[in-house]
Design a protein around this ligand. Structure first.
Ligand code: ADP
Length: 487
């Protein structure tokens, strides 16, 4: 099939979070399986910083083609497994330090930036694909443009239009802008309506994208159910409930080449399920890296995350006084909201058993995944989450709130599930400090029961979280859409 993905980030070219991991793994997976796959990305500064050199422009687009007062060139890059990457080069919009904003907040022209990105991608399609797969609010205008009217330069699409898939990676981010910015969409006025992009008097890109797309998917079956409720729907549960088809939930995979304890290019050591002496050495390295004492041997808990409410930071805040009292060590890595950056720094300065680093570091993320005994993910909500799967592969037991993709990828440790060799983590049922604190207590008890600890580590390490299952599910979805449109 000819499949085009349009996405605002993908590893190894640009990353702020899990979306980049997903786009960077799903697209080569599809290409490896014989599909003709193109991935559109903005040409951010980070692409050049990471050492990539895009080819000469294939196409130059101006206001007459884009339908907006902007210019962009399309530049090629070879991706892995035959994946064709097309970069939308608009320096005035994308040659910046951040992807979506800087320390002062979101870039004020984000609507225009991503409207130009979507329009440029549509103009650059040489022949109509069978599937146009869009991700999150940044590309939600693509399905809308297929229905509301293509940009003038999208001539290649004049015949039969491709089917569109809109994947929600996190419903908390919807792409909301004030009504006054409508001109930046370049859309006709009649699309600013309650049954289209209008939302409480403003613009909501994701709402429009969901309504216009042929299929809406999200990144785990549990999250697919949750977002139809007021607790997790972020105000869009009504829109989701009214979609002609229920949202499909497909659990993400992880990139098992990048995240492989037996061959991890970020680590000085390696290990596998049968020999974990390398893991024990990496624990020592991790303790040293964070300036924590190695003796006596105590369980080490890791945390790597964007520092935002969603990731359970309020629970750490509420439990702040307890970290010094637990017979354990803790390492925190993250960046994000200043109050939570201060929090993890304060946890470290208040207790000699806690270390923290406020930065984004792939190397440290790998070292924490490998060197910790437990990995904490007390998210309030979690569309899929990757670190709980990565940590299982690294023999690091995840501690998770039973929600979204965490519920779908961690098998709760109970006396029965441990005895049956099925348990892969510690799962707590309620988002509150007591429940999370009790989960940490359970982890300490598990650490003191080596046979049980071993059972949970092993079950996690042998679980298959590769893209094979997820990739196959997307292929099935594409085939179902194709069959339907041929009917
Ligand atoms: P989200 O996409 O909501 O941020 P996910 O769990 O899906 O959460 O993916 C987060 C990804 O970003 C993981 O690969 C995680 O290790 C990585 N990550 C988050 N913060 C940092 C950081 N400070 N340094 C390195 N990697 C990070």
């Amino acid at each position: 099939m000819r499949i085009v993905h349009i996405c605002s980030e993908a590893v190894p070219w640009a990353k702020t979070g899990g979306l980049a991991d997903v786009a960077g793994a799903l697209t080569p997976y599809l290409a490896r399986n014989g599909h003709q796959v193109t991935l559109f990305l903005p040409l951010y500064r980070s692409v050049g910083d990471a050492g990539f050199e895009p080819g000469a422009p294939l196409l130059e687009l101006g206001p007459a083609e884009l339908g907006l007062p902007a210019s962009a060139a399309i530049r090629p890059l070879e991706g892995p497994s035959g994946l064709q990457v097309r970069l939308v080069d608009a320096p005035a919009l994308f040659d910046r330090d951040g992807l979506y904003g800087d320390s002062t907040g979101d870039y004020p022209d984000n609507l225009l930036r991503f409207a130009v990105f979507c329009r440029a991608a549509l103009c650059a399609l040489e022949q109509p694909p069978e599937i146009l797969h869009c991700h999150d609010w940044q590309t939600a205008l693509v399905p809308v443009l297929l229905r509301a009217g293509l940009p003038p330069g999208a001539g290649a699409l004049s015949g039969e239009l491709p089917a569109s898939v809109m994947t929600i990676h996190n419903l908390a981010y919807q792409g909301r802008f004030p009504a006054e910015a409508w001109a930046d969409t370049g859309l006709p006025e009649n699309w600013f309506r309650a049954d289209r992009l209008e939302y409480y008097g403003g613009i909501n890109l994701l709402k429009g994208g969901m309504i216009a797309a042929d299929r809406v998917t999200t990144v785990s079956p549990t999250y697919a159910r949750e977002i139809a409720t007021s607790e997790f729907g972020f105000g869009l549960e009504g829109v989701i409930g009214a979609l002609p088809r229920p949202v499909t939930g497909i659990l993400n995979g992880i990139d098992t080449d990048t995240w492989n304890p037996a061959a991890d290019s970020f680590l000085d050591d390696s290990y596998d399920v049968s020999d974990r002496t390398g893991k024990a050495r990496l624990k020592q390295e991790l303790l040293a890296e964070f300036g924590l004492e190695a003796e006596p041997d105590l369980p080490l808990f890791g945390f790597v995350s964007r520092l935002v409410d969603q990731k359970g930071l309020p629970l750490f805040e509420a439990l702040a006084d307890r970290f010094a009292t637990w017979p354990a060590r803790f390492v925190f890595l993250g960046s994000g909201e200043p109050r939570y950056e201060n929090l993890i720094e304060k946890l470290a300065s208040d207790s000699p058993t806690v270390g923290s680093r406020v930065t984004f570091s792939e190397r440290l993320a790998h070292l924490i995944e490998a060197g910790s005994d437990f990995f904490m993910m007390p998210s309030a909500f979690e569309p899929c989450g990757l670190n709980q799967m990565i940590s299982q592969r690294y023999g690091t037991i995840p501690i998770v709130h039973r929600v979204g993709g965490l519920a779908d990828s961690v098998i709760a440790a109970t006396p029965e599930s441990i005895a049956e060799g099925r348990a892969t983590g510690i799962v707590f049922p309620r988002y509150d400090p007591e429940a999370f604190g009790a989960a940490i207590d359970s982890a300490l008890a598990l650490y003191d029961t080596p046979a049980d600890m071993e059972s949970v580590i092993r079950a996690g390490m042998v679980t298959d979280f590769s893209w094979d299952a997820s990739g196959r599910a997307y292929e099935q979805l594409y085939r179902a859409i194709e069959t339907e449109s041929n009917r």
